[in-house]
Design a protein around this ligand. Structure first.
Ligand code: FAD
Length: 416
């Protein structure tokens, strides 16, 4: 294989642009094939500090910092009169303490522009419709005029997000172990006038009656925010109600949220997305690897999507660079397994969120004392900041056992 590889990446979302930039910086020829024209809407606006490491690695930190996005310093959890705050500066793992809450149309366009400046070619409005990996990889592409042509390459990185191009074409799809959940969401002019409200925090609010139903409130820097509600599909089965009315009814059921948004202007259509959790039989094969959501997507609750997408891009770019240099590489032990290690930690936390255990930890009144005693809150904070690949954190290394034990302790009256 040539030292200078010829790579096609499907999709110019965060996974595609970061992988493209990293490979281009190492001297490889990279073309991204993107179905849409940017800017385009995408859900997933709250980043985690861990993803700043990959933005920095790709040489895009300055551009992202200067773009005027809303700073994010932590996460606040609310349930009725219970409030709990995690400040990323308190986290156990060294690294970035802050990140941003971004309008994805602007953010994704910025990353793609940065990748282009580093030499990545982007074919806008072209869609990958077929793939043949029987010998050298060949992709069939349809352009905006409906014309089809073939592209022969050395390697394909599928970063097509929920498009899930190669999982569909190569029959790699595997159902997620998480049940079908749905989200209703919109952007609005929030007009929040509560002096105690901190725009630097994402708010995760548990529905007062249904513990597995939750809202996100993600403020932007322009007086607007992203608002969404997540639950099982049956709660959205309300015949005769449109999405706008339904979302407003859910908000009205949560007194704290409706007080906060009492002046809000709901000026954007409400969208609905369901069944987003997805998995694959394998994250790589002969001539390809799957990045970000094209591989596995867990759940929106801990805002892990963009961070996992960028981590997969970083790992894949390093392995592919070595492969092009003629080195012996093992995609399973150098890409899939290290990626999965962090994904598994998130999986444990997502499961514990929906079974109520993690909520018992978050709202445990004495978690602060536990922090002073043995760093527990800081270790949990690291996970919420996305540092799920730091094995020096016991809540990463032994995530299942640690979390199970902590849930039991928090349910024990008088533990602290
Ligand atoms: P994407 O960002 O989806 O990009 C994929 C690109 O591929 C798109 O531009 C698409 O047009 C292109 N494409 C698709 N098919 C083709 C094709 N055939 N040919 C060419 N191009 C193609 N994550 C967070 O980090 N924070 C959050 O707060 C958050 N909230 C979420 C809320 C909800 C309700 C959901 C469902 C997800 C949320 N996520 C969040 C997850 C986040 O949206 C994704 O994890 C993230 O966008 C994945 O990035 P990606 O680069 O893999 O794919």
């Amino acid at each position: 294989m040539a030292e200078r590889g010829n790579v096609v990446i499907i999709g110019a979302g965060p996974a595609g642009s970061i992988a493209g930039a990293l490979l281009s910086k190492k001297g490889h020829r990279v073309t991204i094939v993107e179905r849409d024209a940017f800017p385009r809407f995408c859900i997933g606006e709250s980043l985690l500090p861990q993803c700043m490491e990959f933005i920095a690695e790709a040489g895009m930190l300055e551009a992202v910092r200067e773009a005027g996005f809303q700073l994010k310093t932590g996460a606040a959890f609310l349930h009725q009169d219970k409030y709990s705050e995690f400040c990323f500066a308190d986290k156990f793992t060294p690294g970035f303490d802050t990140t941003f809450q971004v309008q994805r149309d602007r953010f994704d366009a910025l990353l793609a522009e940065q990748a282009q400046e580093m030499g990545v070619g982007i074919r806008w409005r072209q869609e990958v419709v077929a793939a043949d990996f029987s010998t050298k990889p060949v992709l069939t592409i349809r352009d905006e005029n409906g014309e089809q042509f073939d592209l022969s390459v050395d390697f394909v990185l599928d970063a097509s997000g929920f498009g899930r191009v190669l999982p569909r074409l190569l029959e790699l799809e595997k159902p997620s172990a998480f049940p079908f959940r749905q989200a209703l969401f919109t952007h609005l002019e929030d007009r929040i006038d509560d002096p105690g409200y901190d725009r630097n925090l994402i708010r995760i609010i548990v529905h007062p009656r249904m513990h597995d139903v939750w809202f996100w409130l993600i403020p932007f820097s322009n007086g607007r925010c992203s608002l969404g509600v997540v639950g099982k599909p049956e709660i959205f089965n309300q015949p005769g109600l449109d999405n706008e009315t339904m979302l407003q009814r859910f908000v009205a059921e949560e007194p704290g949220l409706s007080a906060l948004l009492h002046n809000a202007v709901f000026d954007t259509p409400v969208s609905s997305l369901g069944g987003y959790s997805a998995n694959v039989k394998s994250l790589h094969g002969n001539g390809f690897a799957l990045l970000g959501n094209a591989g596995e997507f867990l759940d929106p609750v801990f805002s892990s999507g963009v961070t996992i997408a960028m981590k997969s891009a970083s790992l894949a770019a390093a392995v592919l660079d070595r492969q092009f240099k003629g080195e012996q590489v093992d995609w399973r032990s150098e890409f899939a397994e290290p990626l999965q290690q962090g994904v598994e930690t998130f999986r444990t936390f997502v499961s514990a969120w929906y079974d109520g255990g993690f909520q018992d930890i978050v709202f445990y009144p004495h978690l602060k004392q536990a922090e002073q005693k043995n760093n527990i809150k800081q270790m949990i904070c690291s996970i919420l900041a996305g540092y799920v690949w730091d094995e020096s954190n016991p809540y990463v290394k032994n995530h299942r056992l640690r979390l199970k034990t902590l849930v039991e302790l928090c349910r024990e009256p008088g533990w602290l």
